[in-house]
Design a protein around this ligand. Structure first.
Ligand SMILES: C[S@@+](CC[C@H](N)C(=O)[O-])C[C@H]1O[C@@H](n2cnc3c(N)ncnc32)[C@H](O)[C@@H]1O
Length: 202
């Protein structure tokens, strides 16, 4: 994805808000796959004391080699067993929809998973007024079409994506809560997804 210099690349803008969301919505026995772990602020603030298991992944920096892997998270998801985790942390600078789809496509269920997603889709769409490849597919909008004011429908666009995940993989959203930064350009989601029947692992 092309970088826009306007993006706020500070690792943990709103870190207390993000940590509070995580602490509030962790399941009873959290086993966490922290796919954008960075220097481990969320690990320190939310997971270190509460998680029954933890693994961090980052392609640039990790906070503890004993519990983290330095690699691209897309590669990690593709090549590792993710069924032992029930919490997935997607604290991206961008829009981690690819990782979200990969997790839901690969995890056969059954059971409940919790996902913490930092989504900068609004910021991305503001910068070029075009929809992403994913939104183009879920909303059936041509990718080159510029749509003024599309970000007013951001929450609906996100909801359509969750329905698409349910239709494709059987993961039903049972809880979706969000908060955002002061400019409403980055959203912090908590998602609880349930699958009642195991499907074949992809
Ligand atoms: C917002 S920071 C994460 C901060 C972290 N959650 C914490 O609590 O300290 C985003 C991180 O994602 C990493 N990153 C971006 N794309 C990645 C990818 N495809 N695979 C793995 N890490 C990635 C960056 O290196 C950066 O450390």
């Amino acid at each position: 994805m092309k970088h826009n210099t306007a993006w706020n690349k500070k690792d943990n803008s709103n870190e207390w808000l993000k940590a509070a969301l995580r602490k509030k919505y962790l399941p009873t026995r959290p086993v966490v796959l922290d796919l954008f772990c960075g220097h481990g602020r969320m690990y320190e603030l939310a997971y270190k004391e509460k998680a029954a298991g933890y693994h961090g992944v980052d392609n640039k920096k990790i906070h503890d080699p004993a519990i983290c892997t330095l690699t691209n998270n897309v590669v990690f998801i593709a090549h590792n067993d993710i069924t032992k985790y029930n919490v997935f942390d997607l604290d991206d600078y961008g829009t981690p929809w690819k990782q979200l789809y990969m997790i839901c496509g690969k995890h056969p269920g059954p059971g409940e998973i919790t996902l913490f997603v930092t989504d900068g889709l609004v910021m991305h769409q503001k910068s070029n007024q075009k929809v992403t490849k994913f939104v183009s597919a879920t909303e059936q909008i041509p990718q080159q079409m510029k749509i003024n004011g599309i970000n007013r429908f951001y929450v609906d666009i996100f909801a359509t994506m969750l329905l698409d995940i349910e239709r494709r993989y059987g993961w039903k959203t049972t809880k979706a809560r969000y908060s955002h930064n002061s400019r409403r350009s980055v959203y912090y989601w908590v998602l609880k997804l349930k699958k009642y029947m195991k499907t074949t692992e992809r």
